[in-house]
Design a protein around this ligand. Structure first.
Ligand code: AHR
Length: 516
């Protein structure tokens, strides 16, 4: 109540007083503890589906392309993803995964069958980008592959063969086939998704039915003693379907299960998603409501997992998240191509803070998707390529990868719209392996700057430097005509004195502080 009143006063002060703000201060206290979890670097994972212009006419242009490439993958994209230190990449879907038969994508390209991509635009998939292309790309990127297996229209044998094909070092039918196709050593793939959205495009199953199907598939998966161990991830809940997680955790023994997935998109209304760029203040607020709902989702799914797995052996894997809007005008509706504005930077900054703060249970997350699809970090247009505001948030936050979480208390002011309110400030902090502390702060309020005071008295910090990502309008984006208009810049507008860091965080901005 106090906060609503406060913001009413702010609004009045603003109108009456020439925009002068009368905000109260949001306070954050860092609370380092020896029992804090490591922020698994895989929280900063990505997702590449055979969808629209992600693989074809996106990252994969083919060996004969005039665009500089390595084994057909654009060099500029390889560089951009390497610069981001992407830890894990999920492939080949999504919904596509449950229609994908991996043997279609190996061997001489001219012999590979074509299929129809039934989920995404009904286009012809010629299978020219297959298992070897993907796993070689992961090696090039120094990232862990995460293969999503076909449960919906595949078989147990098909998946068991795929595992053998990529992981078996000795003499076996599938390792022989792999070697005939030019790859001697196995790739040693650890992460495996057993189906995708089994409640929807993966087969419209009930949780009870899928739990049985999962057990059957997981039983026949083995790492072939290659020393990596397999990390099997069950197809998880659709957002707030807590029954789904309950059933999986109740019915699948933990010796068959390493991760349970969760999918949640920040979408205003599935039948009226709105423009990616031409959105109103109200639509912006609604998107932020959906994004911040992730806090409740991971809290409640984690609580169910705690009940069945108090030892925290099974991870919550948020392997699809991000903003979802109407496609750009004139583009194929099945291709899910959308621009990426400062609104998306706000989704990324707040969501990654949520995942960091829930690092005990959340051990992987995969932004949907990497290139030209949904909340992409990279967009391409012919030879041109640009990095989106979301890319820059990921880049600023990569300091949290494999760092130790520093828990914090946050008492913040609200962002108010038409009588509804959201916490304006979001934050997370960590200590990197080299001992340096980093703090990421987001102010989602599109109208007001917010003063934040961070109490650091429980730790000893050296001098800090900072970077900020913001822009003039929350609808701003990087275009192919002006690809660098939004990027992080150095930020010096803060004071550090007597164990306190005071900063005024501009509207819709992300700031990351780090010890020099
Ligand atoms: O990311 C796009 C689609 O969204 C995925 O294919 C599917 O898993 C989800 O519904």
């Amino acid at each position: 109540m106090k906060k609503i009143l406060l913001n009413f006063l702010v609004a009045t002060a603003c109108i009456a007083g020439n925009g002068l703000m009368a905000q109260e201060v949001s306070t954050i206290t860092l609370k380092p503890t020896d029992s804090a979890p490591i922020i698994n670097k895989n929280i900063y994972g990505h997702f590449a589906e055979h969808l629209g212009r992600l693989i074809y006419d996106g990252l994969y242009v083919g060996e004969d392309s005039s665009i500089p490439n390595t084994k057909g993958v654009r060099n500029d994209i390889i560089k951009a993803l390497r610069d981001l230190d992407i830890p894990v990449l999920r492939w080949p879907g999504g919904c596509f995964a449950d229609t994908y038969h991996w043997k279609d994508g190996i061997g001489p390209k001219e012999d590979r069958p074509t299929i129809v991509n039934q989920w995404w635009g009904g286009v012809t998939e010629d299978n020219s980008f297959g298992t070897h292309n993907f796993l070689d790309l992961c090696e090039e990127l120094e990232t862990e592959p995460y293969l999503a297996a076909n449960v919906g229209s595949g078989t147990v044998k098909e998946l068991a063969d795929w595992v053998q094909y990529v992981n078996h070092a000795g003499v076996s039918p599938m390792s022989k086939l792999r070697q005939e196709n030019g790859r001697k050593e196995p790739w040693k793939v650890t992460y495996w998704g057993v189906g995708n959205e089994a409640w929807g495009c993966g087969g419209h199953m009930t949780a009870e039915y899928y739990a049985n199907v999962y057990k059957k598939y997981a039983t026949f998966m083995t790492d072939w003693n290659n020393g990596t161990g397999l990390y099997r991830i069950a197809s998880g809940a659709n957002a707030g379907d807590y029954h789904w997680t309950e059933v999986l955790m109740r019915d699948i023994p933990t010796n068959l299960l390493e991760g349970v997935a969760l999918h949640s998109y920040s979408v205003i209304d599935w039948s009226n998603k709105g423009s990616a760029t031409g959105f109103t203040k109200k639509q912006y607020f609604q998107t932020m409501q959906r994004a911040l709902h992730m806090e409740e989702l991971v809290t409640r799914h984690s609580a169910i997992m705690d009940k069945y797995d108090p030892e925290n052996k099974v991870a919550l894997i948020v392997d699809e998240w991000g903003g979802w809007y109407d496609v750009e005008e004139g583009t194929n509706p099945g291709f899910l191509y959308q621009q990426n504005t400062m609104r998306d930077a706000m989704i990324a900054g707040t969501t990654l803070n949520i995942f960091n703060n829930h690092a005990r249970r959340v051990k992987m997350a995969n932004l949907a998707q990497a290139v030209n699809v949904l909340q992409a970090v990279i967009l391409t247009d012919g030879e041109k390529m640009l990095l989106t505001p979301t890319y820059w948030v990921m880049q600023m936050y990569k300091v949290h990868q494999d760092a130790t979480l520093i828990p914090l208390n946050l008492e913040g002011e609200n962002y108010v719209m038409d009588g509804e309110e959201l916490p304006a400030i979001s934050a997370s902090a960590s200590k990197a392996k080299d001992g340096k502390v980093h703090i990421s702060l987001v102010n989602i309020d599109s109208e007001n700057a917010h003063e934040v005071s961070i109490d650091l008295s429980e730790m000893t910090l050296s001098d800090l430097s900072a970077k900020i990502l913001t822009s003039k309008n929350v609808q701003d984006y990087n275009s192919f005509e002006d690809p660098e208009s939004i990027k992080p810049v150095s930020f010096k507008d803060f004071k550090m004195k007597k164990g306190k860091l005071d900063v005024e965080v501009p509207p819709f901005s992300v700031i990351v502080f780090g010890e020099k």
